[in-house]
Write a protein that binds this ligand. Structure first.
Ligand SMILES: Nc1ncnc2c1ncn2[C@@H]1O[C@H](COP(=O)(O)OP(=O)(O)OP(=O)(O)O)[C@@H](O)[C@H]1O
Ligand SMILES: [Mg+2]
Length: 218
């Protein structure tokens, strides 16, 4: 089977600090992969590289058999349409309502609000946000903000969701909730999921679990 994402020999350093050391990674269709590792082991760096938000110093990246676009609008468009990102600090737009935040990637993709509203409402319903949609992020709980970020990540029906769980967040309930939402998204919308987590509970439930140490798999 052809991998959806394939990374080969990724290397990245910050000065003398080698953060990714000749790292290979594959993600297959509708797979749920969990990445664990100590703080500073390179998890977020890898996720940023897989998301096309950051470039490796060397190595190759393929999506569905084709090399990632390297920069510019092609890269922006690729990220917007193929990937859903749920990253540490959700980066919700503070001046937009929850609903507007969910719609934003679709509007950026050139779709009209009326075109995407039905799916946005379906996502909101599914993520238990239906009665929070008029609120701005600062009026939402942390869990609600996370759910808005997940809905926003799914609005363009990406093939892959990349989720980087906040490192301080070892709260079991939140991990269970995140797992339930991502697992549900996988079966409902057939997305593949890569989640970085500090939760052994969550990692144990993934199809595949990878452990990063000093920028290499162990
Ligand atoms: N922009 C940067 N400049 C210099 N060093 C960086 C930069 N970004 C990350 N690093 C360093 O690279 C290493 C890996 O960072 P990374 O954020 O990938 O770790 P992590 O595994 O996600 O950790 P955590 O579990 O705490 O989120 C760390 O030592 C970090 O300090
Ligand atoms: Mg991190």
């Amino acid at each position: 089977m052809k991998p959806l994402i394939q990374a080969k020999h990724l290397c990245k350093s910050y000065g003398t600090l080698k953060v990714l050391q000749n790292l290979d990674f594959e993600l297959f269709e509708s797979e749920f992969v969990a990445i664990t590792g100590a703080s500073g082991s390179g998890k977020s760096t890898l996720m940023h590289v897989l998301a096309g938000l950051d470039q490796a110093d060397s190595g190759q990246l393929f999506f569905d058999g084709t090399a990632y676009p390297t920069h510019g609008s092609a890269l922006d468009q690729f990220r917007n349409q193929q990937l859903g990102l749920v990253f540490q600090f959700h980066h919700l737009m503070p001046e937009l309502t929850a609903f507007e935040n969910i719609l934003l990637p679709a509007l950026i993709a050139g779709r009209t609000a009326s075109e995407v509203e039905p799916f946005a409402r379906e996502l909101a319903e599914r993520l238990d946000l239906a009665d929070r949609l008029k609120h701005r992020p600062d009026a939402l709980s942390g869990g609600e903000q996370q759910r808005v970020a997940i809905a926003r990540a799914l609005i363009n029906r990406p093939k892959v969701v990349l989720a980087d769980e906040p490192s301080g967040n070892l709260d079991r309930t939140r991990s269970e909730e995140l797992y339930a939402l991502l697992a549900d998204a996988r079966t409902t919308w057939n997305v593949s999921v890569v989640v970085v987590t500090h939760s052994d509970w969550l990692a144990a439930r993934a199809d595949r679990r990878l452990h990063l140490q000093d920028g290499a798999w162990t």
